[in-house]
Design a protein. Structure first.
Length: 116
């Protein structure tokens, strides 16, 4: 089921998910939301979004490390997460390589001055 919601002034498409969880978990959530005096569904959506964002960031960091080490190709990244993220990873990798190159050259210059 698709519907639309307003989030920070932007209309965004939403999808309803149906989950089955243990009664113990429902009880714990009810305690938390009761103490916080917040809506149970809103609290669950917030926590789910926080965890999804955290996990996505962790996985993208791992993926970018694999890419930086040459263990995965840009094409593979595009297939997994899309062209935009793959291009960002490529830009970061190239910027890091350039930074290392400049640092190495600067180090050589400094060593040359110290020897003179």
């Amino acid at each position: 089921m698709l519907s639309y919601a307003i989030h920070q002034g932007n209309t965004m498409e939403t999808e309803q998910l149906n989950l089955r969880v243990s009664q113990d978990l429902v009880h714990d959530i009810d305690i938390v939301t009761g103490l916080l005096k917040v809506n149970r569904s809103e609290w669950i959506k917030t926590k789910l979004a926080e965890e999804a964002q955290k996990e996505k960031n962790r996985l993208l960091m791992e993926l970018s490390t694999l890419y930086a080490k040459g263990m995965i190709t840009k094409d593979s990244i595009e297939k997994l997460v899309g062209k935009e993220i793959a291009e960002e990873m490529e830009f970061i990798k190239e910027a890091a390589i350039e930074s290392v190159r400049r640092g190495r050259n600067l180090g050589r210059k400094l060593r040359g001055k110290l020897k003179a």
